[in-house]
Design a protein around this ligand. Structure first.
Ligand SMILES: [Zn+2]
Length: 239
């Protein structure tokens, strides 16, 4: 297999539309921040997100995070949620936090429930769980977000087949520029359509080898999709 070494962090910026991918390493962690003039959002806060944000942003800036977007519930995409929520509580965040996640994502609902059990008595900010079950575009201050369903699966317990994982990709638009983040997915038309023409496409290439897989994209598939965007990053490549 051709080795593809992605170096992190990955940064892209068009005027005030900024994204930093701290990392996206299969089975370890993902961590992404997007900022505009008015918005600070986090996408897939995997393990280490707090440490990474703390290197770049002041406590005040971290407290300004208004929305978290979750592509799916695998631990390498949500492992940092608990510590991020706790930090925001300890630092006395007072503005609401919305967590957008695919309908049926048990992990986010379980983390939230456990977190609420432990900290609700001292929590000063409101956490709004926003389950996403469609592809309707919505607005958040100066950001437009279009979620889209992708096709991510995981091996069944006996390893004989694969089962569907509730998963989303997101297209973020600001000032006429767009970032398409596919999350984890095997080849699917929705990703192909959404990546096409984007200013930046972030495409996973998580397949273990170059054989087509129903769990992840191969480097060849991911590159082909990525090249339909103006610029692309391959992420989630096995190391
Ligand atoms: Zn996954």
């Amino acid at each position: 297999m051709k080795k593809y070494n992605q170096k992190y962090p990955l940064i892209w910026k068009k005027k005030n539309f900024y994204i930093k991918i701290y990392c996206s390493i299969p089975n370890i962690a993902t961590g992404i921040i997007i900022t505009t003039e008015k918005s600070t959002i986090v996408v897939d806060p995997g393990d280490g997100i707090l440490r990474d944000l703390n290197k770049d942003y002041s406590a005040k800036e971290i407290l300004a995070i208004s929305d978290i977007f979750i592509s799916h519930g695998h631990h390498d995409h949500v492992g940092g949620v608990w510590s991020l929520l706790t930090y925001l509580s300890v630092m006395k965040k007072s503005t609401p936090l919305n967590i957008y996640y695919p309908k049926g994502c048990l992990e986010i609902e379980s983390i939230y429930k456990a977190f609420h059990n432990v900290y609700s008595h001292e929590l000063k900010y409101k956490i709004n769980l926003k389950e996403i079950d469609n592809s309707r575009t919505f607005l958040k201050k100066d950001l437009k977000i279009k979620p889209f369903k992708v096709n991510h699966r995981e091996p069944s317990d006996d390893g004989k087949e694969s089962i569907e994982v509730p998963s989303l990709g997101f297209k973020f638009e600001h000032n006429g520029k767009s970032i398409c983040y596919g999350g984890d997915t095997a080849y699917c038309d929705a990703l192909v359509n959404m990546a096409k023409g984007s200013d930046l496409a972030i495409i996973e290439a998580g397949a273990e080898n170059e054989n087509e897989s129903d769990l992840h994209l191969t480097i060849e598939q991911a590159s082909k999709i990525g090249r339909t965007a103006k610029q692309h990053f391959l992420v989630h490549v096995p190391e």
